[in-house]
Design a protein around this ligand. Structure first.
Ligand SMILES: Cc1cc2nc3c(=O)[nH]c(=O)nc-3n(C[C@H](O)[C@H](O)[C@H](O)COP(=O)(O)OP(=O)(O)OC[C@H]3O[C@@H](n4cnc5c(N)ncnc54)[C@H](O)[C@@H]3O)c2cc1C
Length: 487
């Protein structure tokens, strides 16, 4: 089985590979990419922070541009970082993703997977702005309705909003706002989103004009996003068009698309788009998967809300669960900018969070009539074991096509292969590309953390043991035969 990603053209200086002559990056190239990354954040119209009230601003620092962290590779070793050069570079990335669909389609005799990163498909600044809008909308709902959580989990009706707005609800602009609110189609008509996300992703709706809410005191409409230039609106459309193209092609090729999780300041936007794409493409089967980083304190609540959305809007919910690759940067940024660290306080808390999320998801599988698909993407043997135990507890069979496992190629084969041989769907994450691009990526991963090195040591021990066994039993040319088809 193949799980494909395209890897980083960035070059690094690394102890591990220096000896085998990876061309050292020219300083100019390195500096250039940093300049480009800074540019992609800062040379743009005003960020949302310029328009909201001061109180809100303090809470949303996380979604503001911070020059010190403009180089998104800072303290990130295990994930690829795409830099925005221009729209043409995003087109090239799209082409590369389309090629990886082709590669996966041809290489497996069953459903293959490929991974994409939203920051490869458009200007990252837009994701930051959109994330802030989403968080502002949540805060707005909390201000008017009390309580916590995202808009949908308040379980409010349009009539509730009319009450909050009082006489202002008769104003034409407030009525227009309420007409566009996304509500459930069946059952009690509750609010799902304050904005018509499906239309926003579909049509040529001006973002600056769409993300407006009535001020409950004055009835005046106020923007949750600063006025975007027509060029920025066009860039946003481009990003969505690219995403749509990839998923459409994948849908036809029966390849699943995993949308990677990235830094928390992009995640509200990435998750929103992933969920809307699920709603569109996951009507009959799993095509789109969102990624949930369980090292984040609020991931459990996000999963709860997204599961509820999938149930209410009746689509297949696909999730890749990971611990998360950006912990050091997340913590450094939170400390530098003075907002609460979004990550769990220690490794044990992250593991508890991962297991709690798995427990929640697998406990809902039957209730959703197997409309939940999950990849446990981890090299942690305890987590893999925990997932298998949960499957047994909830009577979920490998053949139910609900749970699969994912590891990197060359990492933890002693976990992946036994899983496959025992009938579980086990995927290998295959970075591919020109040698000079793939090796630096792999060297970063090898350098990632001590935990990985310990895992490699264990794997080496197991391989030596197997070689010894084969020598002593005269099975030197033994080749295991298997017809393992992914389920
Ligand atoms: C197939 C696949 C797809 C992936 N896709 C993504 C993705 O889309 N987005 C993404 O962010 N990552 C992704 N990852 C990487 C993943 O998030 C982890 O970084 C990596 O897999 C290590 O976690 P583990 O469960 O395998 O191993 P472990 O070694 O058990 O866990 C290491 C992880 O624990 C957490 N951790 C470490 N120290 C602490 C601490 N002091 N406090 C709290 N937590 C701590 C960190 O998340 C660290 O990466 C993916 C991994 C795989 C295998």
């Amino acid at each position: 089985m193949i799980y494909a990603v395209n890897v980083d053209p960035s070059v690094i200086k690394n102890r591990f590979y220096r000896r085998i002559c990876i061309a050292d990056p020219s300083l100019t190239k390195k500096i250039h990419s940093i300049v480009v990354s800074i540019k992609s954040f800062s040379v743009c119209s005003a960020s949302v922070s310029e328009i909201g009230d001061a109180k809100e601003e303090g809470q949303l620092k996380q979604y503001h541009v911070e020059q010190r962290f403009a180089d998104r590779r800072y303290k990130v070793t295990s994930a690829r970082t795409y830099f925005y050069l221009n729209e043409a570079s995003c087109e090239r990335n799209t082409e590369a993703f389309l090629k990886s669909i082709e590669a996966v389609q041809g290489a497996t005799d069953s459903t293959g997977l490929m991974a994409i990163k939203m920051t490869a498909l458009g200007r990252p600044q837009l994701l930051l702005q959109l994330s802030e809008v989403i968080m502002r909308a949540r805060n707005y709902m909390q201000q008017i309705a009390g309580g916590m959580g995202n808009v949908m989990t308040h379980h409010k009706t349009i009539e509730d909003l009319q009450r909050y707005f009082g006489s202002h609800s008769n104003k034409p602009e407030v009525q227009e706002f309420m007409k566009r609110i996304t509500t459930d189609k069946e059952g009690p008509v509750l609010i799902v989103h304050l904005f018509p996300w499906s239309d926003i992703l579909d049509e040529d709706m001006g973002l600056s004009d769409t993300f407006r809410v009535p001020d409950p005191k004055s009835g005046q409409m106020r923007r949750l996003i600063s006025q975007m230039s027509s060029r920025e609106e066009e860039m946003f459309r481009n990003m969505l068009r690219r995403l749509n193209t990839i998923i459409q092609v994948a849908d036809k090729a029966n390849v699943r698309v995993m949308i990677d999780a990235e830094q928390t300041y992009f995640q509200p936007a990435i998750s929103r788009m992933a969920l809307e794409m699920m709603k569109r493409y996951n009507q009959q089967k799993f095509i789109v998967f969102n990624t949930y980083q369980t090292y984040l304190k609020n991931t459990y609540n996000e999963i709860l809300a997204d599961l509820e959305q999938a149930k209410r809007q009746n689509f297949f919910w696909g999730a890749k669960c990971v611990r998360g690759a950006y912990i050091e940067q997340e913590r450094a940024r939170a400390a530098a900018m003075g907002y609460e660290d979004p990550t769990c306080e220690n490794v044990e808390a992250t593991t508890n969070s991962f297991h709690k999320c798995l427990k929640l998801i697998l406990s809902q599988v039957k209730e959703h009539n197997n409309g939940i698909g999950i990849m446990v993407a981890s090299h942690n043997e305890n987590t893999v074991r925990y997932a298998i135990n949960l499957m047994q507890e909830h009577n979920i069979k490998p053949a139910d096509k609900v749970v699969c496992f994912g590891q990197l190629l060359g990492m933890c084969d002693h976990v992946t292969f036994p899983l496959g041989q025992a009938g579980y769907s086990a995927y290998k994450y295959v970075p591919y590309g020109p040698v000079e691009e793939v090796l630096p990526y792999l060297s970063r991963r090898a350098n990632e953390n001590r935990g990985f090195l310990a895992k490699i040591k264990k794997e080496k021990g197991l391989l030596l043991k197997e070689i010894g066994r084969r020598v002593f039993t005269g099975q030197m040319f033994y080749k295991p035969v298997g017809h393992y088809r992914p389920v």
